[in-house]
Ligand binder design. Structure first.
Ligand code: ADP
Ligand code: MN
Ligand code: MN
Length: 181
């Protein structure tokens, strides 16, 4: 049993797979009552705002997040519940604070086009495509959380994203029924 009234959800996946799009669509699709209890935390921004950046990885062309500091900083937020964590890294949060892990996956050729459109250098595109092919993040999620709270949802188009969001909302509603105030 948990003391949270609203579940904490991680929405993870390889960069470009659609994490932020899913989070935004999810928040928009919640009814007014539920929406007032949920908050989308885009971790790349939150880490910057809270001073949890530890340097810059030139080779990978990305900021290095101080994960311990970030998790410490997020603990009070997560204790409140109703947090939607948007990050490619899912394995740093304590199991006791997480209720659902959604791994968004995407077809490689679609992902390739999205990453090219972002203007990523070839090395970064290749690294991310390899990450998706090897199912690195799905495996991290499975290694870090109980199997029943990890779900994989694929999405290349808006229709499947809507279906995925609908599924997450159904899951939130049943979590609420099973964890009454
Ligand atoms: P992430 O947050 O995982 O890096 P984004 O949500 O930013 O991914 O999505 C990357 C790009 O792909 C964006 O341009 C977004 O509009 C597009 N996109 C993501 N999911 C879908 C989808 N299901 N259908 C169409 N376009 C999508
Ligand atoms: Mn994003
Ligand atoms: Mn990690």
């Amino acid at each position: 049993m948990t003391s949270r009234l609203y579940p904490n959800i991680i929405i993870t996946g390889t960069p470009g797979c659609g994490k932020t799009s899913h989070c935004e669509s999810l928040v928009e699709s919640l009814n007014d009552e539920l929406r007032s209890h949920f908050q989308h935390l885009e971790i790349s921004k939150v880490a910057r705002e809270r001073g949890c950046i530890d340097g810059f990885d030139q080779e990978r062309d990305s900021s290095i997040v101080d994960e311990d500091k970030l998790v410490d900083s997020l603990e009070p937020d997560l204790r409140e519940g109703g947090k939607i964590i948007d990050w490619h890294c899912c394995d740093v949060f304590p199991e006791r604070l997480i209720d659902l892990v959604v791994v968004v996956t995407c077809d490689n050729s679609v992902l390739f086009d999205r990453l090219s459109q972002r203007g990523y250098p070839d090395s970064k595109i290749t690294e991310n495509i390899d990450c998706e092919i090897m199912q690195v993040i799905l495996q991290e999620a499975k290694d870090s959380y109980a199997p029943e709270i990890v779900i994989e949802l694929s999405s290349e188009d808006l229709e499947t994203m809507d279906d995925n969001v609908e599924r997450i909302i159904q899951w939130i509603n049943s979590w609420r029924e099973n964890n009454p105030d």
